[in-house]
Design a protein around this ligand. Structure first.
Ligand code: FAD
Length: 492
C-alpha cells in the first residue's frame, strides 16, 4: 500500500509524493456504529497511541483509535521501496531503552536488529568539511575528536554530569539541574570554546545540532545532559544508544505488531484519515469531532497529539494556561532527514560532517540496497533549514556536498516533518526553560482526557521508548479507573 506521506525522487521519475509502507491500514475504517459510546477513545496511532490501544483492548475495554493519517507509526515509520526499508522517522533502538526493549522481547524481535555502521568496506573514513578545511581521518580519530569535545561539554561537575543528573529518569532530582535548563547549548559552548580545536568545535556543534535539530541558541543544555545521562554518561554509550541498531525490516514491522495484537482482541474499532478538530469533556463522557463532522463518544480519551500541533485541536473546557503556553512555545526540532541511494559501493563505510555551510550536516553509510547501491542517510536542522521537496536540485546538491565527487545520487527519499500538519517537527527537543516550567503541566490530565506522548516522557523523552513509556502510563491510568483492581483476598 502507498501512503500519502513521504517523497521520493529518481532522475527517471522526478519527484513524487507518497511512498509504499506496510504501515498503511486498509480498509481504513472498522467500526460497528458511529454512535456507539466507547470505553476509551485513543487519538493518534504512533507508538504512544498503539501501546495504549493494545493494552486497553487486552484489558477487555472497547477502544476506538482515531488517526489523521492513512497509516500507523506517527513519527516512526518505514517505506519499503524496492524491498529496502527507508526509515522516514524514528529508527534506532537499544536494549538500554527499557520500554522499547520490553516490546522487542514481547514480539520476539531480538534477532530482527542489525547494525547501521559497517566499517569493513570501501571508503572507510570520516570526512570533516568545515568552512576552513576538509580533513579525512580514520573512524578512530573521528571518535577521539567528538569524544574530546563532548566530554568537555558535559563535564559541569567534575563527574561527567553524574552529580547533576544522578538518576536519568528523574532529571530534576538535583535542584541545581534547573540552572542548566536556563542555559542554551550555545551558552555552554561559549564557556568551553577556548579549550576546543576548530575540528573539535565543528564536530561537537554538529553533534549537538544532530541531537536537537534546532539551533545552538534554542537547544536546552539540560536536555543534552539528560540524553548524556540516559546514554550511560559516555560517548560510546551515545553512539550505541542513539545511532547504531535498527530493525532489518524497518520500523513499520515493529509498529504493526502492536496493531495486530490489539485487533486480535476483537475490542478494537478504528478510523484512519480522520483528523480530530475538537474534543469536549462534559464530565460524564468525552465527545470527539473529526474535521469531516463525525462524532464519537467515550468514557475516557487518551490524546497522543504531539506538542507542536496540540493547539490545532480545540478543547472544551479549554486547556490550562501552562499547557497552552507550552504548546505555543513548542519544541525546537526541525530535523531534515534525507536518504540517498548512491552508486558507489565503497561508500558503505563512510561517515561525514559538512558544517556549518551545508544544508545537510551529518551523514553515514547506512546499508546496501538490493540493487547494490549504497544507502546514505543525511541529517540537517533548523540552523540551515530546507524543505527538501521545494528545490530537489538544492537537496541533491546538499547530499553531494557531504562528500564531493563520491555521491552519484540515484534516488532520494524523505518525509518533510516541518511541513507535516500532524507533527510540525521531528522528535521532541526542548528549548531552554520549557522543561523546568512546563513538564508537569504537559503530563497532567484534563478531566477525562489523559495526555500521552514521547514529547513529555520522563525517561527517553523524544524517543520511541518514551512514546511506549507514555502509552503504558495512559493505559494504566484509564484501566485503573474503568476497571478497578479486585481487592486481594486471603484464603489462609
Ligand atoms: P507520534 O508518533 O507523533 O504519534 C502521534 C499521532 O497522532 C500521529 O500518528 C499523528 O498523525 C496523530 N495525530 C496528530 N494530530 C492529530 C489529529 N488532529 N487527529 C488525529 N490524529 C492526530 N526515536 C528513536 O527512539 N530513535 C530514533 O532513531 C529516532 N529518530 C527520529 C528521526 C526522525 C526524523 C523523527 C521525526 C523522529 C525520530 N525519533 C526517534 C523520535 C520518535 O519517532 C518519536 O519520539 C515517537 O515516534 C513519537 O511517538 P508518539 O506516539 O509520542 O507521537
Amino acid at each position: 500500500m502507498t501512503s500519502r506521506d513521504g517523497f521520493q525522487w529518481t532522475p527517471e521519475t522526478g519527484l513524487a509524493q507518497g511512498v509504499p509502507s506496510i504501515g498503511v491500514i486498509s480498509p481504513p475504517t472498522k467500526i460497528s456504529t458511529s454512535s456507539a459510546t466507547y470505553d476509551v477513545i485513543v487519538v493518534g496511532g504512533g507508538y504512544a497511541g498503539l501501546t495504549a490501544t493494545r493494552d486497553l483492548t487486552i484489558a477487555g475495554l472497547r477502544v476506538l483509535l482515531v488517526e489523521a493519517r492513512d497509516r500507523i507509526g506517527g513519527r516512526s515509520w518505514s517505506s519499503n521501496i524496492g524491498d529496502y526499508p527507508f526509515e522516514m522517522g524514528g529508527t534506532w533502538v537499544h536494549w538500554g531503552q527499557p520500554h522499547v526493549w520490553r516490546e522487542i522481547s514481547r514480539y520476539n524481535m531480538r534477532t530482527e536488529l542489525e547494525e547501521s555502521f559497517d566499517f569493513s568496506r570501501g571508503v572507510n573514513h570520516f570526512q570533516l568539511r568545515t568552512t576552513q578545511s576538509t580533513s579525512i581521518m580514520s573512524h578512530e580519530e573521528e571518535d577521539n575528536i567528538l569524544a574530546a569535545g563532548l566530554e568537555r561539554f558535559v563535564n559541569v561537575d567534575g563527574a561527567m554530569g553524574r552529580k547533576i543528573i544522578p538518576f536519568p529518569h528523574d532529571a530534576f532530582h538535583v535542584p541545581e539541574a534547573r540552572r542548566y535548563d536556563e542555559m542554551s547549548a550555545q551558552d555552554r559552548v561559549s564557556e568551553i570554546a577556548s579549550s576546543l580545536t576548530p575540528n573539535e568545535r565543528a564536530s561537537l556543534e554538529s553533534f549537538i545540532l544532530l541531537c536537537s535539530c534546532g539551533t545552538l541558541e534554542t537547544t536546552s543544555f539540560l536536555e543534552l545532559l539528560h540524553w548524556w545521562a540516559l546514554c550511560g554518561y559516555s560517548y560510546r554509550g551515545c553512539m550505541a544508544s542513539l545511532i547504531s541498531y535498527k530493525f532489518k525490516g524497518g520500523q513499520s514491522t515493529f509498529a504493526i505488531k502492536f496493531f495486530i495484537e490489539a485487533l486480535a482482541t476483537g475490542k478494537l474499532s478504528y478510523v484512519f484519515n480522520s483528523p480530530v478538530s475538537s474534543i469536549s469533556d462534559r464530565g460524564d463522557k468525552v465527545t470527539l469531532t473529526t474535521r469531516d463532522g463525525h462524532q464519537y463518544t467515550g468514557a475516557r480519551l487518551v490524546s497522543t497529539i504531539p506538542l507542536n500541533v496540540l493547539n490545532s485541536v480545540s478543547f472544551d473546557p479549554p486547556l490550562g494556561t501552562q499547557r497552552a503556553t507550552a504548546t505555543n512555545i513548542g519544541h525546537v526540532n526541525q530535523c531534515v532527514k534525507v536518504h540517498a541511494e548512491i552508486s558507489s559501493k565503497d561508500m558503505r563505510s563512510w561517515t561525514g560532517v559538512s558544517y556549518p555551510f551545508n544544508k545537510l550536516m551529518y551523514g553515514i553509510g547506512d546499508g546496501t540496497t538490493p540493487s547494490g547501491n549504497t544507502h546514505i542517510v543525511c541529517f540537517g536542522g533548523f540552523n540551515n533549514h530546507i524543505h527538501p521537496e521545494e528545490d530537489i536540485n538544492e537537496t541533491k546538491k546538499a547530499v553531494e556536498s557531504m562528500a564531493p565527487g563520491n555521491m552519484d545520487v540515484k534516488r532520494l527519499v524523505f518525509h518533510n516533518w516541518s511541513k507535516d500538519e500532524f507533527s510540525k517537527g521531528a522528535w521532541f527537543f526542548s528549548p531552554p526553560r520549557l522543561l523546568s516550567t512546563s513538564l508537569d503541566a504537559m503530563r497532567a490530565r484534563h478531566g477525562n482526557i489523559v495526555f500521552a506522548s514521547s514529547d513529555w516522557a520522563i525517561g527517553w523523552r523524544g524517543f520511541i521508548d518514551g512514546a511506549i513509556e507514555e502509552g503504558t502510563r495512559a493505559a494504566m491510568t484509564v484501566k485503573g479507573e474503568l476497571q478497578p483492581a479486585p481487592v486481594p483476598r486471603s484464603y489462609l
